[in-house]
Design a protein around this ligand. Structure first.
Ligand SMILES: C[S@@+](CC[C@H](N)C(=O)[O-])C[C@H]1O[C@@H](n2cnc3c(N)ncnc32)[C@H](O)[C@@H]1O
Length: 329
């Protein structure tokens, strides 16, 4: 099957019972082998962790039927695992109304989003207009999210960051340098295909507590062992510069307490390496903290940099791997 073949689209989220059905084949499987599927550039995207998460999920039984990502942001992890067939179904959730509206529109209203994106003038004047706007409808919020994410320094949606290239646009990188229409349209169609094929079932605009509490009410037909929750909360440092909704220390503690006592599912939690988080998850029974270190070359730089991340999980089986080091238990 070629990518020329038109993928089906679906206009509404799936009813929860769809989680029991097998997804239909993907029309454009090659798209999902690309390293980046998300149309959003997201501060804190944990792209390099995806292979580690994939190997942990594959090493544990039973294979999950449903993955829920309550801090989805750019949703890199869920999109990749759905595209690769590592999990059958997924639900994305985020408290940020712009982010939630974006995913809902990309999944279930992609033609509108692509047409609207193509009609946008990518200028500093338009950037100012979107920044000042308070859109009421889901479609306009989605477009605001996409526009500002792709034209603002580091993809930051709210507050302080300015347009790529600066207000004077004297830099070599102009405001539209990350607004490549064909690439974005291809990625948005990819999200729509994950939805149309019955993989991406729904998008929730919620706080993480509500998202976790909603799993048993909506998906009570699944055994808890068939669900995996992947959580990538805001940074411990700097988050207030990046996201409208950041976390203070008490929220990091609430999340840790909730995962350790109230969440009956298998879960994986990722953080940039940080002593506060190491201490918070140390010596809790039934879970382990993995240290993952990877080298990468930042865009526009020659230098190799090392990035250290933590993955905390209650998965039973943690196979030997040179990709991570188990810190505890
Ligand atoms: C680190 S980012 C997630 C990045 C994402 N994993 C990726 O790969 O792009 C954290 C996200 O959590 C969201 N968030 C912050 N507080 C939240 C809360 N209380 N409940 C749900 N989402 C929240 C933010 O809006 C942001 O999108």
């Amino acid at each position: 099957m070629g990518s020329q073949q038109q993928a089906a689209t679906r206009r509404t989220p799936w009813p929860p019972e769809a989680v029991l059905d097998k997804p239909s084949p993907l029309v454009d499987e090659a798209l999902f082998r690309h390293s980046v599927i998300s149309p959003l550039r997201y501060p804190g995207a944990k792209r390099q962790l995806v292979p580690v998460i994939e190997s942990l999920i594959r090493a544990n039984v039973p294979p999950p039927r449903l993955m829920v990502e309550p801090f989805c942001g750019g949703a890199t992890t869920t999109l990749r695992l759905l595209g690769a067939g590592v999990v059958e179904h997924g639900v994305l959730a985020d408290i940020d109304p712009l982010v939630a509206a974006f995913w809902k529109t990309a999944a279930f209203d992609a033609h509108w989003l692509i047409d609207a994106m193509r009609a946008e003038p990518v200028t500093v004047a338009r950037w100012d207009w979107w920044r000042a706007s308070t859109p009421r409808g889901r479609r306009e919020r989605a477009l605001k999210c996409l526009f500002l994410n792709r034209t603002t320094f580091s993809g930051i949606l709210h507050g302080r960051a300015g347009p790529i290239g600066g207000r004077a646009q004297t830099s070599a990188y102009k405001i539209d340098c990350r607004f490549g229409l064909e690439g974005l349209a291809r990625r948005i169609k990819g999200v729509a295909e994950l939805a149309a094929s019955g993989r991406l079932l729904d998008v929730w605009e919620t706080d993480w507590r509500t998202a976790v509490a909603r799993i048993p009410t909506q998906f009570g037909m699944l055994e808890p062992s068939e669900v995996v929750v992947y959580l990538d909360p805001p940074y411990v440092d700097k988050a207030q510069w990046l996201y409208e909704w950041s976390f203070d220390n008490s929220e990091h503690t609430d999340l840790a307490n909730s995962l350790c006592s109230d969440v009956p599912y298998r879960w994986l939690l990722s953080y940039d390496d940080n002593q506060t988080i190491r201490d918070l998850y140390r010596a809790r029974p039934g879970q382990a903290t993995l240290h993952v270190s990877h080298r990468y070359t930042a865009a526009g730089s020659e230098k190799r940099t090392v990035k250290d991340e933590l993955l905390v999980t209650n998965f039973d089986s943690l196979p030997e791997s040179d990709r991570y080091r188990i810190l505890h238990p």
